[in-house]
Design a protein around this ligand. Structure first.
Ligand code: GYE
Length: 331
């Protein structure tokens, strides 16, 4: 009874919120066609703001929610799993229609997701995946194929070694957040791809947590330890790469020439640095997942079937290409 009353109060609250939002949207974006879904309330727990990728992802989700007339409750967990768990519990208490979140790490979600399941609220994973033995906790995963990204990075390196006629390359890896899907899968895809190539020697792997400051620290440590006796840096995201480059220069080496630099994400800043010759290859990882998220949330709300996994199509950018006509990246 009380729950029902709360539910209808919640509906009235969000419907009037949505109505106000709708008026604003129609006033601001007269030219854009807005498809309004006053009934759809989506709770989204973003993991943080550690990178241009992450900020681009949040901005895209906010924009697409507005365009689709979806009421979005967006919470930022500041890179703490416990904050994400608390946010998901709040979404359950609010009785949102659909919960979405980008899990910072793969393990540790069984309890809170079982609570969502018991409450009958479908859950969508955005960007990263989880690791669980329990069935039926997740309705859909919308995110990149991180393994393929690692493969593209490894394949580029093999081509580059051929082009330069190298018979041995000393590689260092700067990896992303420990126990996260992109860290595990990008590493696996890259290592599997170069495994049978005898020229490839991974001399050290250090963890940079997807942060620019940590990328700089890692690179400083590596330059102190190996001097310029490093041929390749494989970095799991643009932020860490952009932090690492000045450290290479400070140690007297030229990134992009003395050391082959391979990055992942493909944000505007990294693409500009690639064009300037200091990065050799950037594998694309698109943060533009908002429309897929809105479409999937609408289907779940309507009780329709959804695909279990949705991977966006991704490519890579490298010094093998003419990138002068590349449109702005938008993140
Ligand atoms: O590569 C990185 C961000 O999970 C794909 O997280 C995302 C990664 C992205 O911090 O820049």
């Amino acid at each position: 009874m009380i729950a029902k009353k709360f539910q209808s109060l919640k509906r009235i609250f969000f419907m009037s919120l949505s109505a106000a939002a709708f008026l604003m949207i129609t006033a601001c974006a007269a030219k854009e066609e807005v498809q309004h879904n006053p009934e759809l309330l989506l709770g989204f727990s973003q993991l943080g703001t550690e990178s241009a990728w992450r900020s681009g992802n949040s901005a895209d989700i906010e924009k697409k929610a507005e365009e689709n007339g979806v009421s979005l409750m967006l919470e930022n967990a500041n890179r703490k799993q416990e904050n994400q768990i608390a946010a998901i519990r709040r979404f359950i208490a609010y009785q949102v229609d659909v919960i979405a979140f980008s899990p910072i790490v793969e393990e540790g979600w069984d309890n809170v997701l079982s609570e969502a399941k018991e409450a009958g609220i479908p859950v969508i994973l955005v960007d990263r995946d989880i690791n669980t033995k329990k069935e039926g906790l997740i309705s859909c995963h919308i995110g990149a194929d991180f393994y393929s990204e690692g493969v593209m990075a490894g394949e580029y390196l093999i081509r580059k070694a051929d082009e330069l006629g190298k018979d041995s390359l000393r590689i260092v890896e700067i990896s992303g957040t420990e126990d996260s899907t992109p860290m595990r899968q990008r590493q696996a895809g890259f290592m599997d791809t170069i495994a049978d190539d005898e020229r490839m020697n991974v001399i050290e792997s250090v963890n940079g947590d997807f942060l620019k400051s940590r990328g700089a620290e890692c690179m400083r440590y590596l330059m102190e330890k190996y001097g310029t006796d490093i041929d390749v840096v494989f970095s799991h995201n643009d932020e860490m790469t952009l932090g690492a480059l000045p450290e290479i220069e400070k140690a007297g080496a030229v990134p992009g020439e003395d050391i082959i630099i391979i990055s992942i994400d493909g944000g505007q800043e990294a693409i500009d640095v690639l064009k300037a010759g200091k990065i050799n290859c950037v594998v694309e990882c698109t943060p533009m997942l908002g429309q897929e998220l809105m479409d999937t949330a609408k289907k779940l709300k309507a009780g329709e079937e959804v695909e279990a996994v949705i991977h966006p199509v991704e490519k890579y950018f490298s010094d093998e290409m003419d990138l002068s006509g590349l449109p702005p990246r938008g993140y």
